[in-house]
Design a protein around this ligand. Structure first.
Ligand code: HEC
Ligand code: HEC
Length: 444
């Protein structure tokens, strides 16, 4: 609507300006032509006094009287018009800029969406995924091992995990030899603008917090059921699902007293904010409190003497290896070899045996190994590890405790909420969930 308005005011002002210039010019030219063609005629034959193309001289009284007044009056009117039109034009400028921005955004989003449908759905799945890519697995000497189906991450949460620059890097250069290089810098076919359009389109498909939380929880429960069946193959699917549901109940029971505790600590502030009138300010305050409650619970979970460590670590394990939406809420797709192509459950060698007998969880793949106490060495304080997983790594920025740090590549995603420009992206994992993963990693 504002776009339409902006466009139409601009056009109207343009028309007015054009008319202001053209109408007087046409009028003067027409009058001159009229005088030359018709008025001069009766003068024919009296050239001595006045040539036929000359008008009789205007007397001084007229020139310095009505003529002068008329010219000055016209000047004044023009000046007044300019005085009114210019500020009006200036007033309309922000609207026109917003209109142009919205227009560009819409065009880029549409074009990005079209490119996605054309180039990416085959692997990532329609509408932003998830999907799977066919991939030929070879061994170190290049010999065929297996034809596998490699999980292609859903992109409807990718702008939480990575900055737009980091996403652009993946689009330009591809990853792991399975995600192709699309941009010019990586030798791909797309222009910088086309790559940018894809990123702009991704902004339009990012998920809301409730959907994300439900996906994480359901994925963790499914993963728990799979682990239970692995440990006891005699379990039916229903039995495994029921046991997994019971486990999620244990997690809730573990968290409930910690939440109650945190709420008691903040009770004065909570009731103060609840008394505020409904509106943005209240929502902002409530969100702040919500995030502080999460921080308190996470700190309790990571305390040295936390009593329920077994449930905590078991929860961390299923969050780490969550397969929901092609593994985007978890870590195993990058930190566990073979996890992305189900090397144990599905991928088979030519002789029918599985490509891997088991997973070395956190043993390292695209991301480094986290086993053998690696993360305890890297981060003295578990809280620092929690922060690192919340914000991820940045290119050229080192992470880890002083004297034990490493250079980030920007390829370790961040799982907490993120903002870029005017856009805000919801957290993929809550702080208690990240704390559980930290506890699990530190146990590896
Ligand atoms: C041949 C299959 C294939 C095609 C085509 C493909 N991708 Fe991918 N892409 C993948 C796979 C597989 C991964 C995961 C790689 C890994 O596990 O390291 C991936 C990873 C990504 C990632 C990183 C996401 C993350 O969270 O790690 C982005 C972004 C991405 N692809 C975008 C695109 C876009 C946009 C297109 C279309 C222009 C596209 N991909 C086309 C297979 C494909
Ligand atoms: C898209 C791939 C990817 C995913 C998914 C991923 N990581 Fe990473 N991770 C990396 C990379 C790459 C690094 C190395 C740092 C760098 O290059 O910036 C890393 C580094 C780390 C480190 C530091 C290890 C060290 O000793 O330097 C920790 C801890 C870690 N990741 C934990 C996690 C956790 C927890 C998750 C899931 C919640 C996760 N990662 C998901 C790619 C990934």
């Amino acid at each position: 609507m504002s776009l339409l308005l902006a466009a139409s005011t601009q056009r109207t002002i343009g028309w007015v300006l054009a008319l202001l210039v053209t109408v007087p010019v046409i009028f003067l030219m027409a009058r001159r032509a009229f005088v030359i063609l018709f008025r001069a005629d009766p003068e024919v034959g009296s050239e001595v006094e006045l040539a036929p193309n000359r008008l009789p001289a205007v007397p001084d009284e007229v020139l310095e009287g009505t003529r002068l007044d008329r010219s000055l009056g016209a000047g004044l009117v023009t000046l007044a018009l300019i005085g009114v039109v210019l500020p009006l034009y200036w007033l309309g400028e922000p609207g026109r800029i917003d209109g142009a921005d919205a227009n560009y955004n819409r065009i880029f989003t549409d074009r990005g969406g079209e490119s996605y449908e054309e180039l990416c759905t085959a692997c990532h799945g329609p509408g932003g995924g998830p999907g799977a890519a066919q991939f030929t697995l070879t061994d170190a000497s290049g010999d065929f091992v297996s034809q596998v189906s490699w999980a292609a991450p859903a992109l409807n949460t990718v702008l939480t995990r990575f900055s737009e620059e980091e996403v652009t890097h993946v689009l330009n250069f591809g990853r792991n030899g399975v995600m192709p290089a699309w941009g010019g810098p990586g030798g791909g076919p797309l222009t910088e603008q086309q790559v940018n359009n894809l990123v702009v389109w991704m902004r339009s498909i990012q998920l809301d917090p409730d959907t994300i939380a439900a996906n994480v929880r359901n994925g963790a429960a499914e993963r728990k059921a799979a682990l239970l069946k692995e440990a006891d193959p005699s379990l039916s699917d229903e039995e495994a699902a029921a046991a997994a549901g019971a486990f999620m109940g244990e997690v809730d029971d573990m968290l409930a007293p910690l939440k109650a505790n945190a709420e008691a600590t903040l009770s004065a502030r909570i009731s103060g904010v609840e008394r505020l009138p409904e509106g943005e300010a209240r929502d902002r305050e409530l969100a702040k409190i919500e995030s502080q409650l999460e921080d308190f619970v996470a700190a309790d979970l990571l305390a040295e003497d936390f009593a329920d460590k077994d449930v905590l670590i078991a929860w961390g394990e299923v969050l780490f290896s969550n397969r929901a939406d092609a593994g985007v809420y978890g870590c195993a797709r990058c930190h566990t070899a073979g996890f992305s192509y189900q090397a144990v459950e599905q991928a088979e060698r030519v002789d029918g045996t599985p490509v891997q007998d088991s997973y070395d969880q956190g043993g390292g793949a695209f991301g480094p190994s986290l086993t053998g106490g690696a993360t305890v060495t890297r981060f003295i304080d578990p809280g620092q590890q929690q922060t690192f997983i919340t914000i991820g790594s940045q290119t050229g920025v080192s992470y880890g405790s002083a004297g034990r740090s490493s250079q980030g590549s920007g390829q370790m995603p961040g799982f907490g909420a993120r903002a870029e420009g005017d856009n805000e992206y919801n957290a993929l994992l809550s702080q208690p969930e990240i704390a559980a993963i930290v506890a699990y990693e530190r146990s590896l």
